[in-house]
Design a protein around this ligand. Structure first.
Ligand code: UGA
Length: 340
């Protein structure tokens, strides 16, 4: 089977492609604008066809790659909240318009698709305490001037279009909603003074390495459920394998409800692990900052986001890595790089 991973050079993509490449029955291609992470992951092994390009410029190339594949895994997206507020139209261009071109090409040539969406579609917490369920929880967004929700809106509409096209028989599909994956090669380490940008782990990691302050946005009491990338990849593989069976036409949360932690708790845990891994106590302090100062006007947040993982668990998914293991594995990667 020929699998085309669009966005295979990113954090999730590089881990997923590495895993797919271990299956001798699969012929895997990756299209992305940057493949450094994937090349690092594959090392000497190779075995993956790597195609460099920018979908905004090379759409025709992407369309012909889709035509030549059996299954498309679409990971192409911007996923950084400061961009949602500073450049909302760029987010819509890539996360909606470009992705729609991919879905349309899959429709035209009857190619199956695993579409990556986001846990962000569940939106703000608004007092909801239950775990978010794929088929029962409401997808809520905030006011239009809370620009952050443009990302979730784009993702949600894309999900609905994939489901509608799949529903009329254009292709087999599944939609994946990742919940705060964490692991080596996540994002990039921001420089001093860079606000917003990558995800919280990368901000804290960079701050710890440079002995700078860790910023707790709005006090850091908001919670996230972190999923180790190794568990996440196994979950995604279960969905891919079940595309013609139990996961046909399904929306699937890939998230570990057992790994919930506040952002302040994450900061303390990372300081502790930093000391353990480097043998010296962290000198980074923790400072509170407002969401607007950190990300810009239009930022809003979700206070709590727990996945209902029962769909995946009932298909045999058993996450193995607790939060400490997940964070330690990811931090070990960056600290190891520093020592190398
Ligand atoms: C981000 C993306 O926007 C989502 O699309 C994506 O699905 C999600 O990551 C994910 O990894 O699955 P978010 O959950 O807000 O969404 O993740 P972070 O950007 O890592 O932020 C988590 C929390 O930490 C937020 O409340 C943020 O305000 C806070 N934060 C971030 C800090 O307190 N300090 C920082 O230095 C950075």
């Amino acid at each position: 089977m020929k699998i085309l991973v669009l966005g295979g050079g990113g954090f999730v993509g590089s881990h997923l492609v590495e895993r797919l490449s271990q299956d001798p029955d699969l012929k895997v291609s990756s299209f992305d604008s940057n493949h450094e992470k994937l090349v690092e992951a594959l090392g000497e092994r190779g075995g993956v066809s790597i195609i460099d390009g920018d979908i905004a410029v090379d759409l025709g190339k992407v369309q012909s790659l889709i035509r030549g594949s059996d299954l498309v895994i679409d990971l192409i997206a911007h996923a950084n909240p400061s961009l949602y507020v500073s450049n909302p139209l760029d987010v819509v261009d890539l996360n909606f318009h470009m992705n729609l071109e991919i879905v349309d090409a899959c429709s035209k040539w009857c190619k199956d698709i695993v579409q990556f969406s986001s846990c962000e579609v569940y939106g703000p917490t608004l007092g909801r305490t239950e775990a978010f369920s794929e088929d029962h929880s409401a997808l809520i967004t905030g006011p239009v001037l809370e620009t952050r929700w443009i990302y979730a809106s784009a993702k949600q509409l894309l999900e609905r279009i994939v489901a509608a096209k799949g529903g009329r028989g254009d292709f087999l599909y599944a939609i994946i909603r990742p919940f705060n994956f964490i692991g080596p090669r996540i994002d990039y380490l921001p420089r001093e003074g860079d606000m917003g940008g990558p995800r919280v782990f990368s901000h804290f990691m960079a701050a710890l390495l440079a002995e700078r302050a860790l910023y707790l946005v709005n006090g850091g009491l908001q919670m996230r459920s972190y999923t180790d990338i190794r568990d996440a990849v196994e979950g995604i593989m279960i969905v891919i394998r079940g595309l013609g069976g139990r996961f046909r036409g399904q929306v699937v949360n890939v998230g570990n409800p057992g790994n919930e932690m506040s952002i302040k708790g994450l900061a303390l845990l990372m300081k502790e692990i930093y000391a353990e891994l480097t043998g010296k106590p962290s000198r980074s302090e923790m400072l509170e900052i407002s969401g607007e100062q950190f990300y810009g006007k239009g930022y809003a947040d979700c206070d709590r986001r727990i996945p209902d993982a029962s769909k995946l668990v009932s298909a045999g998914w058993e996450p193995k890595y607790g939060l400490r293991d997940a964070v330690k594995n990811a931090m070990g990667y960056y600290i190891g790089k520093l020592k190398a």
